[in-house]
Design a protein around this ligand. Structure first.
Ligand code: NAP
Length: 527
């Protein structure tokens, strides 16, 4: 499959020759072959119109028909895994085994949603039978279920060129729910985006679907993304990326004449709380595993543990030397983009100059050169220091973390109380620690989407119960998740039918339950 650098508007390629840009190889710092062209104003209009036109037929397909489409995309991506991995490796410098498993994850996400819509109960059908004899007034027959929203715009992130990109979780969940999707391609992996986009487009054609079910737009800047979010035919947005960009786009989405739902999954510092019992028992082991977690993928994970609370020194005697040794022996990492490298270097230099932080240790630092390299750096402070400088709990995207010493339980709880929203929090503790610090679990429950016990937050299982989200600024809507099958609920809304004849109801709400789905009938779940 050839990379042409063109946006995909339904079954057509864009003719735009403006706003040219290239992919960069982070390992060499050099441009990679193909030129990509930014989508024109006409392309944005064309993609939005095609998606809107496709909505009525796509939304009305049976779950098994949409499932067939998603399964076809998964099979197509699997059949081109070597091509995808090679291109994504060139554009991101992420290791090939990681990209292979990310491709597998992308396909299993598509298949998970396919299985959910094939089974069908996700529509949350409810039936309250009417009662014409009820006094003083007859009771109407009320039935409700979820329906798709309309065209959804998806923004992927640089650090997951497959699983949070063109065919990633947002696209899979939006398509599964019955919405056409327009992806704004991430400029850090445009070739990978185009390969995946063309594969999806082939599947649209082979399934006999309307061409506007899928579109892919390139841009060298932010204009196309902003136009899409503001386009009157667009009905929702799924975004993965930084807080800065997520916030800017959310503000656009809600200040439209017709505000639309904006689901932004953003950065996070993922606090880790090491309680005294666990520290005494496993301090050295935790230090080593924590180091592996915060440097995984060069620290470029939204779930990177960037803030680690440590109990008083006497119980952490084994932790610090091991942690320092691991950091000091860390190699350099290649970061995804020159922008991420520059802001990481800027933030590390600024942290080195602060009086409220001390450098714990740093790894091998890069000499100047073209490659997007960065060295590991870990800092420490104490709870009063953190409370005075809450910005220390902001995300630094890259291989860095901050240790925060607490001197007693009250201090730890004060620190937890001061935190804003995060994707995850982690507790390392014994049963006794949990009893002693029971308030901590309650506090964290109100701060994050996922609480990990005696583990590490990097690595997000794709499953039915997973929650990957959290209170702002971890996400823009803490009631949802962007990973796992519950993500489908973001792109659907409930519609209620009152006193409809059975013949005119959707299959999901007919008396005979022809799809055999789980429904709530007169207050009881039944199949
Ligand atoms: P990013 O810079 O925010 O970019 C994300 C997308 O938004 C890109 O397509 C980008 O295009 C676009 N964009 C950026 N600023 C914009 C603006 N002002 N207006 C319109 N569009 C804009 O993020 P990234 O570097 O790709 O990813 C790293 C971040 O993503 C980290 O903070 C990480 O924690 C987060 N992340 C979160 C999750 C999660 O699930 N919560 C998962 C992965 C990553 P341009 O580059 O062309 O501007």
């Amino acid at each position: 499959m050839e990379i042409l650098g063109k946006s995909l508007i339904g079954f057509h390629d864009s003719r735009s020759t403006t706003g040219p840009f290239s992919a960069w190889n982070p390992a060499s710092g050099e441009k990679i072959d193909a030129t990509f062209y930014s989508a024109s104003h006409e392309d944005v209009e064309g993609a939005a119109k095609a998606a809107s036109d496709a909505f009525s037929s796509y939304a009305r397909l049976a779950g098994r028909e949409r499932a067939s489409f998603l399964n076809r995309i998964a099979a197509r991506l699997e059949s081109m895994v070597d091509l995808l991995v090679a291109r994504a490796h060139a554009e991101t410098a992420l290791p090939e085994p990681r990209l292979k498993s990310e491709t597998a994850r992308t396909c299993s996400q598509l298949r998970l949603f396919a299985s959910v819509i094939e089974e069908g109960s996700w529509v949350s059908a409810r039936i309250d039978h009417g009662d014409s004899e009820r006094k003083p007034l007859p009771k109407p027959d009320i039935r409700s279920m979820l329906h798709p929203l309309g065209p959804v715009v998806v923004f992927g992130a640089s650090n997951f060129p497959l699983a949070f990109s063109v065919a990633g979780g947002d696209t899979a969940s939006a398509l599964a729910a019955g919405n056409p999707v327009i992806v704004k391609a991430h400029p850090a992996h445009p070739g990978t985006s185009e390969l995946v986009g063309r594969a999806i487009r082939e599947c649209v054609r082979e399934e006999g679907l309307a061409e506007g079910v899928f579109g892919l737009l390139f841009d060298s800047g932010n204009e196309v993304g902003a136009k899409l979010v503001q386009h009157p035919l667009v009905k929702a947005v799924g975004f993965t990326g930084s807080i800065k960009a997520g916030r800017a786009l959310m503000d656009l989405a809600v200040s439209r004449p017709e505000p639309i739902p904006f689901y932004g999954e953003m950065g996070s510092t993922n606090p880790v709380f090491i309680l005294p019992g666990a520290m005494a028992l496993r301090g050295k082991e935790i230090a080593s595993q924590l180091h592996a977690s915060f440097t995984l993928g060069g620290g470029q994970f939204c779930t990177k543990p960037g803030l680690v609370f440590l109990p008083p020194q006497h119980s952490s005697a084994d932790f610090l030397p091991e942690f320092q040794a691991k950091v000091a022996r860390s190699p350099k990492f290649t970061l995804l983009t020159s922008g991420i490298r520059d802001s990481y270097q800027r933030e590390i230099q600024s942290r080195k100059g602060r009086s409220d932080l001390a450098l714990v240790a740093e790894g091998e630092q890069p000499a100047s050169g073209n490659a997007f390299l960065a060295g590991v750096a870990a800092f420490q402070t104490d709870v009063p220091g953190l409370l005075r400088s809450p910005d220390l709990s902001s995300e630094v995207f890259g291989p860095s973390s901050v240790l925060v010493h607490f001197s007693n339980k009250r201090e730890l709880l004060d620190a937890a109380r001061s935190l804003s929203g995060h994707l995850t929090a982690t507790i390392h503790g014994t049963e006794e620690d949990l009893r002693e610090f029971s308030d901590l679990v309650y506090l964290l429950q109100n701060k994050v989407g996922r609480i990990v016990f005696n583990g590490y937050p990097t690595g997000v299982e794709v499953s039915h119960a997973m929650i990957h989200g959290g209170p702002y600024p971890a996400s823009t809507d803490s009631r949802t998740t962007s990973v796992g099958s519950q993500a489908i609920f973001r792109f659907a809304r409930p519609v209620c039918y009152q006193d409809f004849p059975d013949s005119a109801l959707p299959a999901e709400l007919k008396d005979a339950n022809p799809l055999g789905i789980w429904r709530m009938v007169d207050g009881k779940f039944a199949r």
